[in-house]
Design a protein around this ligand. Sequence first.
Ligand SMILES: Cc1cc2nc3c(=O)[nH]c(=O)nc-3n(C[C@H](O)[C@H](O)[C@H](O)COP(=O)(O)OP(=O)(O)OC[C@H]3O[C@@H](n4cnc5c(N)ncnc54)[C@H](O)[C@@H]3O)c2cc1C
Length: 428
Amino acid sequence: MTHSRCASYYTASIHQESDHPRLEGDVTVDVAIVGGGFTGVASAVELAERGYRVAIIEANKVGWGASGRNGGQVTGSLSGEAAMRKQMRRTLGQAADDFVWNLRWRGQRIIRERVEKYGIACDLKLGHLQAAWKPSHMAALQADFEACQARDMGEYVELLDARQVRDVIRTELYHGGLLNRYNLHLHPLNLCLGEARVAESLGARIFEDSPVVRIDHGPSPAVITSNGSVHAERVLLAGNAYHRLERRRLGGRLFPASLGIVTTAPLGGLAEAINPHDLAVYDCRFVLDYYRLTADGRLLFGGGANYSGKDSPDIAAELRPRLEATFPQLAGTQIDYAWQGMAGIVVNRIPMLGQLSDNVYYAQGYSGHGVATSHIVGEIMAKAIAGHLEEFDTFAACRHVKVPFGDALGNPLLAVGMWYYQLLERWR
Ligand SMILES: Cc1cc2nc3c(=O)[nH]c(=O)nc-3n(C[C@H](O)[C@H](O)[C@H](O)COP(=O)(O)OP(=O)(O)OC[C@H]3O[C@@H](n4cnc5c(N)ncnc54)[C@H](O)[C@@H]3O)c2cc1C
C-alpha cells in the first residue's frame, strides 16, 4: 500500500510536486536505487553526472520519508563522530582524524554547489547556532571552536558567552553557544524534489507508488515490485527507517525513532525579533530541541524523540511547552502544522554503509543527523560504484551492534538506553 504525503508545512509549500509513473513491466539500467529520499536522490544525481543510467524506485513519492519532513538543518555534526574516529583508526591509522574532520564540512559544500549549479529553489540560508543548555556544555563548544581555529575553519565560527548569545537568539535559556556561518538551513522537501528533477534531467528514470517487495541477487540483480522489475548491474538500497527488506542481513541493526515538528502561524515582526540573524539553532543535549524560521516567517520547532518506533498521539501538545519555554513571547501562538517522521537510529551512531552481495549495496542510519550525511553518502556510493572504493570501504569496515531478536526487542532496548543516557546527562 502506498501513502500520500504527510500534512506538513513543507507539503503545503512545495514549489513543484513530483509526478512519476508507477513501475510497470521490465526496465534495465546500470544502477537501480530503492528509495527516493536524500540518499537515493543524491546518489542518483552523482551517478547520472558520471554517465550512469539510473532508476529510482520509490514506494510512495520522492521525499515522502524523513528527507521531506526534517528540521532542514544542514550541519556538520555527524552522528557517532567519536565512535567513527575510533573504529576508522583500525583502517586509516592517524589519518582517521582528518577523514572524520573533513566529513564535517563536506555535506554543506555538496549541497551549496548543487543548489547553485542547478538553481534549486529551497530557501537556502547560511548560519547556525549550537547552544549550551547547561554551563557544562561550554567545554565541548570551546574545544570545537579551538579545533576550527587550528584547522583553518576559524573564520566561520564564533564562541558566544551567555550575554552575546542573547543578542543573536532572544531567549534566556542558553549559557553560551557556537555560531557557525558555514552551516546552512533550507526547505528539505523542495531540495529533495529539486534534486530529483536534476537527476531526471540527466537521464535518470523515477518510479513512484512502487514499493519494492524483493531484491534478487546474482550476477545481474533485480528489484521487484508487484507490477514490474528493474534489472541492473548494481543495486543501492536507500530505504532507511522505512524499509523492511533484507531482514536476515539488516534486521536488528537500525531502529526507527519518531521525531516531531510543529510550525506556528506566520509571526510577522516577531520572527525577526526572536531570531534577528535568521539562524538555525539546536541545543547541546543528547535529545535536543531544534528550530529555525521558515521563508514566510513561521517558527519551525522540533524536539524530543519517541524511541518506541511509534508516532506520538499528539505531537503539538508535546512540543508546545518546549517551544513556549524557549520563547515565552510566543505563548498561545497558533500552531498551523504538526507532523512526525522516522529517523533511523544505529546503536553506535555510525552511518551504516555496506554490501549485501557483490553488486547490492545499502546506505542508511544517520541517527537524526542525515541531511548533510546523506549527501556525503551519495558521493561516496557513486564513487564506489565507479570503482573508487576507499571511502566506502572505510565505512563498510566499521562494526555495528546487532541486537538479538532486534526487530522485536530493538526499540524497547533503545528506549531504555536513551533514557539512561538522558539521566546521565542530567548529572553532568
Ligand atoms: C522529524 C525529523 C527531523 C529531522 N531533522 C533533521 C535535521 O534538521 N537535520 C538533519 O541533518 N537530519 C534531520 N533528520 C534526519 C534526516 O531527515 C534523515 O537522516 C535523512 O533524510 C534520511 O534520508 P534517506 O534518504 O536515507 O531516508 P528517507 O528520506 O526516509 O527515504 C527513504 C525512502 O525510501 C522509501 N522506501 C522505503 N521502503 C521502500 C521500498 N520497499 N520500496 C521503495 N521505496 C521504499 C520511503 O518511502 C522513503 O521515501 C530528521 C529526521 C526527522 C524524521
